[in-house]
Design a binder for this molecule. Structure first.
Ligand code: NOJ
Length: 747
């Protein structure tokens, strides 16, 4: 018996397993496409037309009769589907028409909401509000559960330090500590009880692991990572997700140092099972088993199946490798039956844990009650408001005065719905989205508001710049809503040039030449490289792709009904050549700020000749309409052991006349260690609400055993010696102090 199986289901799992044929066992390890082929080109055209008409659109899906047949024959364990009717029919084939009546896992990509589309996850992380994201994930789970979904392929917990990578949109940014906090919150949100009709959902943190470190930011590209960086930076969000009950994970497409994630037994067995004792299910990413042949580590599909099952991939997502070859591999003795049984046990255990044997069907009318429920829509507005990041506000041009200003609302995203949904909003509807123009109409009378697109997001379409310039000249202020379309980020959508796409910079230049103040709202799926835009803008709000309530949220912030509080969770480079640029970099032997080492009369330092090292905007940055003053940092525990808690206090005062929320951040640096350490590492944060003029002491209590790293032997340890600690408003500012750790902690 597998030592990892949950004792609760042990007897049931064993009983079922004892009845299974070899083919039925293999069947439990197969995720198959449930739908008949459709003409995607035609469907996407129809969807575009529906979006333009502001009408909802349903993809016309039909069950693939072959899959139904496979389900009845016990050859399929899981599908990827979001249609309650079809899901019930397929569950029926599994539960009532197959020999052993084993229900299906019904998976789906619910990445930032189901029908109530929240901001893209990168934006959500800029709230620094795990409790809010837990609620948002729960709302997504409720809507998904109404569809008969019991398995969510999220959260995406890949650390990403390269904005060229289109999937930076799907995660929580560049930092492992913040990433772990967000991973925990999302798993709790997806998996917490009280889903409609007792349904349950399993989260699937992905993509295990290192996918975000793709060389040159090109999706699926090779990854070269040391074991130390893997353990210090890329694994912690996964570990946090598993510690919070995630019962599945998805093996990544990429290789790490020559070994693809989908046949990597070090990652899938040594780390997951032996070190962490985790007993969940590993599903491959889509066709990732088949792609081992392209990687050049498997000579054919049979070989790929062998490598993957031996390495520890339990479910084959859509490559057909297990269906075609696994039974024979077992019969030939190339794969021990014990390995197959171990994988089947894990899958059955997950199905029992989800209550699918007792409760396989979904009430098809549930969606009427829950989809786009008013409380979910208002949650989406809260998340959108908190996710937006104000990065510039010269002369307090914001908030705008609603009554007496004539406003030119310009840009291709000003009255746009579909793009505001962002990437991976597969079940979202453009018709649900409030545009920025809609939002503005709540504040500005029609005769004071003029909305002109100016140009399209991308391409070389004929420009409407003269109309935009005329509108600007006829106004007191210009609000520019520009950026990327939804399709410019996400899977397989990397970009080499991160400036404004299309002819938008031309539009910006023409508007700036009018001399009217420019308030820019940038809607995008990644950090862009836009120094010229920033320079020409009087104010800059990063609105991201913020989901169905984006327009209202932008208007609430620009008109001051909401005081912005979001802070960046990923650095914004000044130039593509700086990438990867992130706050937790190492010092090097010749730091940029030091005196350097002189040779040939020249001080040599780690710098560029043509750009500073620092990004344009750093991790943690973000302004509000209030101002906060930090004082009196006190290290209350100047000497601590790894078993103790570091306590640091600081006083914060809201020096403005507006109440606001400040995200207070604590960073440390281990000053001398056996291996080099980052210049700063986030170890704590708090969202602090302060009334106008309010002054308060904030206390951080940080367990010292969280201040370690993987040392010379790649084992986790907290070393003795001095540490610096900062508390401040972002990763570049803060008051500092010193503390000393006195005993070593070894893992
Ligand atoms: C491929 C993507 O990499 C993954 O994130 C997603 O969950 C699967 N496809 C299933 O749609």
């Amino acid at each position: 018996m597998d030592k990892h199986i949950d004792p609760l289901f042990k007897a049931k799992v064993e009983e079922l397993l004892s009845q299974m044929t070899l083919e039925e066992k293999v069947g439990q390890l197969v995720l198959e496409n449930a739908f008949a082929p459709i003409n995607w080109h035609e469907v996407l055209q129809q969807q575009k037309l529906a979006d333009e008409r502001g009408e909802p659109f349903k993809i016309p899906l039909e069950i693939n009769p072959v899959t139904s047949e496979h389900i009845r024959a016990g050859r399929v364990s899981a599908i990827n589907s979001a249609d309650p009717l079809l899901n019930n029919r397929l569950q029926q084939a599994a539960v009532e028409e197959s020999r052993l009546h084993i229900p299906l896992l019904v998976g789906h990509d619910v990445i930032h909401g189901f029908r109530t589309v929240f901001p893209i996850p990168l934006a959500e992380s800029c709230t620094w509000n795990p409790e809010l994201l837990e609620r948002a994930s729960h709302a997504a789970a409720v809507e998904a559960a109404c569809m008969g979904i019991n398995w969510i392929f999220a959260p995406m917990v890949d650390i990403a330090r390269d904005p060229r990578w289109g999937r930076v949109a799907e995660g929580a940014g560049e930092d492992p500590f913040l990433g772990a906090e967000m991973a925990r919150a999302r798993v709790r949100g997806f998996q917490s009880g009280n889903l409609p009709m007792g349904r349950r959902i399993s989260a699937c943190p992905k993509h295990y692991v290192g996918y975000g470190a793709a060389e040159a930011g090109r999706d699926y590209n090779s990854v070269e990572l040391s074991e130390r960086t893997l353990r210090d930076v890329y694994l912690p969000p996964f570990q946090a997700a598993f510690d919070n009950g995630a019962q599945s994970t998805m093996s990544a497409f990429n290789e790490i140092s020559g070994i693809p994630g989908t046949c990597n037994s070090f990652l899938l067995r040594t780390v997951l099972r032996d070190e962490w004792g985790w007993n969940g299910v590993v599903v491959s990413d889509f066709n990732a088993i088949g792609e081992l042949v392209q990687h050049g580590v498997a000579k054919d599909l049979r070989d790929a199946a062998r490598l993957s099952i031996l390495a520890g991939v339990d479910i084959d997502m859509e490559s057909g490798a297990y269906t075609k070859h696994l039974a024979q591999l077992v019969e030939d003795g190339a794969v021990p039956l014990t390995i197959l049984d171990e994988a089947v046990r894990r899958v059955l255990c997950l199905k029992f844990g989800l209550g699918l044997f007792e409760n396989p069907y979904v009430d098809e009318t549930l969606s009427e009650k829950y989809i786009l429920a008013p409380e979910f829509r208002s949650l989406a507005l809260d998340v959108a408001r908190q996710s937006m990041v104000l990065l510039k506000n010269d002369k307090n041009v914001l908030p705008l005065q609603a009554q007496d200003q004539r406003i030119a609302l310009i840009g291709p995203l000003a009255n746009n719905r579909a793009d505001l949904l962002g990437t991976w909003a597969v079940t979202g509807q453009a018709s649900d989205v409030e545009t920025v123009f809609d939002g503005f109409r709540h504040y500005v009378q029609g005769n004071l508001l003029n909305c002109v697109p100016g140009c399209s997001v991308s391409g070389d379409d004929p420009l409407d710049i003269s109309a935009a310039v005329a509108a600007a000249q006829d106004s007191d202020i210009v609000v520019l809503v520009i950026g990327e379309s939804a399709g410019m980020s996400g899977e397989a959508h990397s970009r080499a040039h991160l400036g404004l796409p299309g002819r938008q910079q031309e539009l910006v230049n023409a508007l700036a030449a009018t001399g009217k103040p420019l308030v820019t709202v940038l809607m995008c799926g990644r950090p862009l490289v836009v120094p010229a835009l920033v320079e020409k803008s009087a104010a800059l709000l990063i609105g991201w792709h913020a989901g169905i309530r984006a327009g209202q949220a932008v208007a609430d912030i620009l008109f001051g009904a909401e005081n912005p509080s979001g802070k960046l969770t990923v650095s914004w480079p000044r130039a593509e050549g700086q990438i990867p640029v992130y706050y937790a970099h190492k010092l090097t032997g010749r730091p940029a700020e030091g005196t350097g080492t002189t040779q040939y009369h020249e001080p040599f330092r780690s710098t560029y000749l043509d750009e500073p090292n620092a990004p344009l905007f750093s991790f943690g940055e973000g302004m509000s309409y209030s101002e906060y003053e930090y004082s009196n940092l006190q290290v209350l525990t100047p000497f601590v052991s790894p078993k103790e808690t570091l306590q640091v206090g600081v006083v914060i005062k809201n020096t403005s006349s507006r109440a606001g929320v400040e995200i207070v951040q604590l960073y440390i640096r281990d000053l001398v260690a056996s291996v080099t350490r980052p210049v700063k590492e986030l170890k704590g944060f708090q969202r602090v609400h302060l009334e106008a003029g309010e002054k308060r002491e904030i206390r951080f209590e940080i367990p010292v055993n969280t201040l370690g790293f993987h040392g010379l032997e790649n084992r986790y340890l907290v070393e003795t010696g001095e540490f610096k600690v900062w508390i401040g408003s972002d990763s570049t500012h803060g008051l500092d102090g010193i503390f000393t750790v006195r005993d070593i902690l070894h893992s």
